[in-house]
Design a protein around this ligand. Structure first.
Ligand code: B1M
Length: 216
């Protein structure tokens, strides 16, 4: 029975079916299923499959978004039920946000959700965040990685300013910086001294793994 339930949860994410994902998460808890296994064997498998389909060109952004959303709503039901003794192994702590002056949140949230789905502890500080707000969150979360998203050519500059602010705050050695967003390029990331650039949410997860452990 649990195997069947896990498969259904996985399928709900693959199909981006939020309603079914929510129903199944409730059903799982009612039936006494282990919430951690529901996440790892159901939702994570589903979002990984979505990632593969996206990489293979069978899925496009909309499917990636609705898959991540279906995962997010089911996670919101299952996560509070996890015993403190069975917390998932945390790969690393990430603070993510959209930079100052920029209200675009969809891509940033998708990256955050995908990182969380892959075992990172993610603090999403939202949009239009100043360097000071990023820095306060990095300190609060004791973050290993900070992710700055920018969707406007006019706000990309704030990714550079964040790196400068981290240097001034003496945090640059302690925290890896990853940047992304539609106008951002690998070249720009190198120019401003970021540790990495990711084009999309799937490569952001790969990058985060590499930033935590360069041998992966
Ligand atoms: Co705006 N907008 N927008 N917008 N908007 C763009 C970005 C634009 C390209 C549209 C256009 O003109 N073709 C253009 C920017 C032009 C430029 O600067 N070169 C633009 C503009 C001009 C504006 C306004 C100035 C419009 C106006 O008011 N005159 C205004 C600015 C407001 C502000 O921020 N101050 C504005 C407002 C808005 C809305 C609020 C209406 C809305 C955002 C709603 C929301 O987020 N809640 C909006 C939208 C929806 C878009 C488009 C249409 C779609 C953006 C999106 O969500 N894409 C966008 C056009 C486009 O991108 N084609 C556009 C889907 C999302 C999944 O992709 O965000 O790229 P994306 O994220 C990807 C990758 O980039 C990457 O992974 C994600 C997933 O694969 N990624 C990262 C993103 N962040 C990452 C971080 C990482 C790693 C990877 O590490 C940390």
């Amino acid at each position: 029975m649990p195997d069947e339930l896990f498969e259904k949860l996985s399928n709900a994410v693959v199909e981006g079916d939020k309603e079914t994902a929510v129903d199944l998460a409730h059903q799982a808890l009612e039936q006494g299923a282990d919430p951690l296994s529901c996440i790892n064997e159901g939702l994570v498998k589903g979002i990984q499959k979505v990632g593969v389909l996206f990489n293979d060109g069978e899925y496009y952004l909309p499917q990636l978004i609705i898959g991540a959303e279906a995962m997010k709503v089911a996670m919101a039901i299952l996560e509070p039920e996890l015993d403190s003794t069975q917390e998932r192994e945390v790969i690393g702590r990430v603070v993510i946000g959209t930079v100052e002056g920029d209200m675009h949140e969809i891509g940033k949230s998708l990256v955050g959700t995908m990182l969380a789905a892959n075992g990172f502890e993610v603090t999403d500080i939202g949009v239009n965040k100043s360097s000071e707000e990023f820095i306060a969150a990095i300190k609060d979360a004791d973050a290993d990685i900070v992710g700055a998203s920018a969707l406007l050519t006019t706000t990309m500059l704030y990714q550079k300013m964040l790196i400068e602010a981290l240097e001034q705050a003496g945090l640059r050695e302690r925290v890896k910086v990853m940047v992304g967003g539609a106008p951002v390029t690998e070249r720009y990331a190198n120019e401003i001294g970021a540790d990495g650039y990711a084009e999309d949410a799937i490569s952001a997860v790969d990058l985060a793994f590499r930033l935590i452990d360069p041998s992966t």
